[in-house]
Structures are given as structure tokens and as C-alpha cells.
Design a binder for this molecule. Structure first.
Ligand code: GEK
Length: 239
């Protein structure tokens, strides 16, 4: 049974910077499902794409794995085949939930570390959902380059991100639809505004142009947006 997210339900005197602490980890599954449009559609299709691209004796990385929704979906699809996966998250409470939930742990490593600090082994699939947006912008090029270098030819990076729009009318329209979705999913105006304040300067979205430039400069020549919902976008990059 999912625990309901009401972290921002009561007016707070001072809004602290958003952190992936124990309180957030406990309600994370409810929070992400109500905050990210088409979240389970993204996870489901990524698990299916990953199953097509995974090559024996290589790793799948799930960067910023949180409570393990991707890992769980992939394990279900791939239950009768062998694979090696590395789940990385720098939040201990998140990774604890992830570890306790995933049954097939022999082939899955759990690493509690900043993704800026990890080394990558030979991989055929890298999943990075809603994680680049939390990294310092200046470090993102380097991480994508490291991912590219770890992938075998034909390997893929699947990444989803919240997107920034520089054109004001479009940006306002997309924001409006996004906040309406949160309302439809049961968040109050107070919850929406307090969370938005907590995420200021913590979640730093970039434009699609910037993402695409970074993929291209890292070496990816086959890239596309396979899903889009206003200011939420899922990318596929094939090496
Ligand atoms: C999902 N991918 O369910 N290094 C490692 N982990 C980090 C770092 C970092 N530098 N910064 C943030 N995290 C998941 C959803 S949530 C997205 C990802 C969201 C972790 C952080 O602890 C959290 O678990 C995750 O990245 C971001 O598909 O909540 O909007």
C-alpha cells in the first residue's frame, strides 16, 4: 500500500530546499506517480526497450533509481534471463526501499553514491530518469560523456527530464497544464506552490536544444524524443 504524499499539505513557516530524505522516500511512489505525467508509461516502455537492447555480459545502469520502479519493471520482463544491473542513488533511504523491494539481488548491485563520482563498466543500457535535472548544469556534459564511453556500440541511453522553455507563452501554457494535472491528481494549491518553492534552484530543467546538443557532443548520432507531454520529455539515444 502506497503511503500518501502530504509533505507540503500544511503551511510551512520556512520552505526548506527539497531533499530526497527519509520523509520523501516513504511517500516517493505516490509523489512521483502524481507529479510526473505518464510516469508508469515511461517506465513500462523503457523496460521493454531495455529488454530489446540488453546484451549478455554487459551492465544495465539505473542512475537515480529511487525506490526501484524501473528495476522492478525490467526484472519482471526479464525474469527468465540473466542480466547484470547496477542501481545507483545517493539517497540512503531511497536505496534502502529499493533493495528491500527487489527480489533478484544476486545480479543487481546497489550503490549509494553520487553519480558524478561513480565509474562505469561496460554497459548496453543506461536509464537516467529525472536525474540530470538535479545535477549541477556544468557537470552534465561530463556524465553523458562517461555514459557514452561505457556503452557498447548499439547500446542505449534512455532518459526522461522536465524541460525548460525559453519562449514565454509556450512556457506559461505548459506550466499551466502541468499544475492543472497536479490538481487533478489531488494536490492542493498550497501543496503545489510550497513544493515549487522547495524545488527552486534544486531542480534545474534545461531546454530540449541543450539536451540534444549534449547527446550529440558526447558522440550519440541517433537520438529522438519518443514521448512528450508538454514540459516532460523522454529521450532515446543509441550509440
Ligand atoms: C524513477 N529515476 O523512479 N547522484 C545519485 N542520485 C541522485 C543524485 C546524484 N547526484 N541527485 C539526485 N539523485 C527515478 C526517479 S527521482 C526524480 C528519480 C524526482 C537521486 C535522488 O535521491 C532521487 O532518488 C532521484 O535521483 C531523482 O524513475 O523525484 O523528480
Amino acid at each position: 500500500m502506497k503511503q500518501k504524499d502530504n509533505i507540503y499539505g500544511i503551511r510551512q513557516k520556512e520552505i526548506k530546499k527539497f531533499k530526497f530524505d527519509k520523509k520523501v522516500a516513504e511517500v516517493f511512489d505516490d509523489m512521483i506517480e502524481r507529479s510526473v505525467p505518464l510516469y508508469f508509461e515511461i517506465i513500462d516502455k523503457e523496460a521493454k526497450i531495455a529488454a530489446r537492447f540488453y546484451k549478455k555480459d554487459t551492465y544495465i545502469y539505473d542512475l537515480g533509481c529511487s525506490t526501484g520502479n524501473f528495476c522492478s519493471a525490467f526484472s519482471e520482463i526479464f525474469y527468465n534471463k540473466t542480466f547484470k544491473m547496477v542501481c545507483v542513488d545517493n539517497s540512503e533511504p531511497m536505496l534502502e526501499i529499493c533493495k528491500n523491494r527487489i527480489k533478484y539481488t544476486d545480479n543487481i548491485k546497489f550503490i549509494c553514491e553520487d553519480i558524478l563520482k561513480i565509474g562505469f563498466e561496460k554497459s548496453s543500457v543506461v536509464i537516467a530518469n529525472f536525474i540530470f535535472q538535479f545535477l549541477p548544469v556544468s557537470m552534465r556534459d561530463n556524465v553523458i560523456k562517461k555514459i557514452y564511453n561505457s556503452l557498447i556500440p548499439g547500446g542505449i541511453l534512455l532518459t526522461a527530464e522536465k524541460i525548460d522553455y525559453k519562449e514565454e507563452e509556450i512556457s506559461a501554457l505548459y506550466q499551466d497544464f502541468y499544475y492543472k494535472l497536479k490538481e487533478e491528481n489531488g494536490y492542493s494549491g498550497l501543496e503545489i506552490s510550497q513544493k515549487r518553492e522547495a524545488l527552486e534552484n534544486v531542480l534545474l530543467p534545461e531546454t530540449i536544444t541543450n539536451h540534444m546538443r549534449r547527446f550529440f557532443e558526447a558522440g550519440f548520432k541517433k537520438t529522438d524524443i519518443w514521448l512528450k507531454w508538454f514540459n516532460f520529455t523522454a529521450f532515446i539515444c543509441i550509440k
